[in-house]
Ligand binder design. Structure first.
Ligand SMILES: Nc1ncnc2c1ncn2[C@@H]1O[C@H](COP(=O)(O)OP(=O)(O)OP(=O)(O)O)[C@@H](O)[C@H]1O
Length: 386
């Protein structure tokens, strides 16, 4: 979808912002560009829409070399969202959103319809917001307008430069969540500059880690960047707490699950007791005849009822369950919140196994395919502190 071939920018004063960058971004993919200040992320982004003219190399968009295409034509194909939004203060919200469609000469009706659609998409209905001015909106609302404006001409590609950088952490968290929802609907090809590793991990399909001069140190999915940093530079950049960050991207898998004894609702208490006694966990998971999860039962409860009573009489319900594929962070958070030693994992209603804090820890330590640099020793004390 986007291919950068030997793309470079040398400023007249001799500064090499980007030396020679080769990078390919797939259709519908969200790629985060991260790296220390001054490493050439913004320059790279702005070369793609020609706000900055490259001094070498090519930009190929959907097979077309756009290195020489006019800036107006590029604006139709490439949306742009920046930090501090850059809304025009003297234009209404509606006119701001319609900026590119207006430049492209769309008729008024089509502009209005598209504006309303975009405002709905970002959760700011046109009826209420279209005629307001930017200063009448909160910072977070202004950022949403920025996103609506970037998407208004339905570009194939969206470039975002620290789009949520200027808002407080709570608004930022909400904007990130909303943007994920929007992206899951629209599947735009997005290049996203951020200096926030957590934001990159949360939003990106792949993360490109740059060092000075626009050198691409690693380009991989978040789990790989965190779990198997390509070199010391990447490991340092993603931080010593990358093990914790990995909680946000690593899913609960079948191999993480433990399998305590399972009894049925209709089983006799005495039989269930025998099953529990033979296992180290001290409890059994209770399912119905279809194998659906119905609760759990502890050893003691089973001795407090007549041996012939059905398990149903003493089974207790779970506070919470998680699905296979849930990210470890959510699972761990449930474990902590319910002060539980274990958490049932289900597929729909069907019981699959249980997850324990130790299993979460083991899952994080499991090496990522192609692992080159996980330093498990270094991570261990951090994880124990969770
Ligand atoms: N007009 C210019 N003339 C000379 N050097 C420039 C110019 N614009 C940018 N640079 C330099 O190019 C390098 C890359 O800048 P760029 O803005 O792309 O970095 P960045 O990674 O986006 O940084 P940040 O995270 O701080 O925004 C920096 O060393 C910067 O000082």
């Amino acid at each position: 979808m986007i291919r950068l071939d030997g793309l470079g920018k040398r400023y007249p004063d001799g500064t090499v912002a980007v030396a020679e960058l080769d990078m390919a971004v797939r259709r519908g993919e969200l790629v985060a560009l991260v790296g220390p200040s001054g490493c050439g992320k913004s320059t790279t982004l702005r070369m793609v829409n020609r706000l900055i003219e490259p001094t070498s190399g090519r930009i190929v968009l959907d097979g077309d070399d756009v290195t020489d295409v006019s800036a107006v034509e590029l604006r139709r194909r490439i949306g742009y969202v920046i930090q501090q939004v850059g809304l025009f203060p003297h234009l209404t919200v509606g006119d701001n959103v319609a900026t590119v469609p207006r430049l492209l000469g769309w008729d008024k009706k089509r502009q209005r319809e598209r504006t309303a659609e975009m405002l709905d998409l970002v959760g700011l209905p046109a009826k209420t917001y279209a005629d307001r001015y930017p200063h009448e909106l909160s910072g977070g609302q202004q950022q949403r307008i920025g996103v609506a404006r970037g998407l208004a001409a339905d570009p194939d590609v969206l470039l975002m430069d620290e789009p949520f950088g200027a808002v407080d952490p709570i608004a930022r968290d909400r904007l990130q969540g909303e943007f994920r929802r929007i992206q899951s609907e629209l599947h735009k090809t997005v290049l996203f500059v951020t200096h926030d590793v957590d934001e990159a991990v949360r939003l990106a399909d792949r993360i490109a880690v740059f060092s000075q001069g626009g050198k691409l140190e690693q380009f991989a999915d978040p789990a790989t960047v965190l779990g198997a940093p390509a070199n010391d530079f990447v490991a340092d950049f993603v931080g010593a707490d990358r093990g914790l960050r990995r909680l946000a991207v690593q899913p609960v898998e079948e191999q993480d699950l433990l399998h305590p004894p399972v009894v049925r609702l209709s089983d006799r208490a005495a039989d269930a007791r025998r099953a529990v006694d033979g296992a180290p966990e001290g409890y059994a998971v209770v399912v119905d005849d279809a194998g659906d999860l119905r609760g759990y039962v502890g050893a003691r409860a089973l001795t407090e009822v007549p041996p012939d009573s059905p398990v149903e009489d003493v089974a207790r319900r779970f506070g919470e369950t998680v699905e296979l594929g849930t990210f470890l962070r959510r699972a761990l958070s449930e474990l902590v919140q319910h002060d539980a030693g274990w958490l049932p994992v289900v597929d729909g209603d069907r019981f699959l196994g249980v997850l324990t804090p130790e299993a979460v820890y083991a899952a994080l330590r499991r090496t990522v395919p192609g692992d080159g640099g996980v330093d498990a020793e270094q991570e261990a004390p951090l994880l124990k502190a969770v």
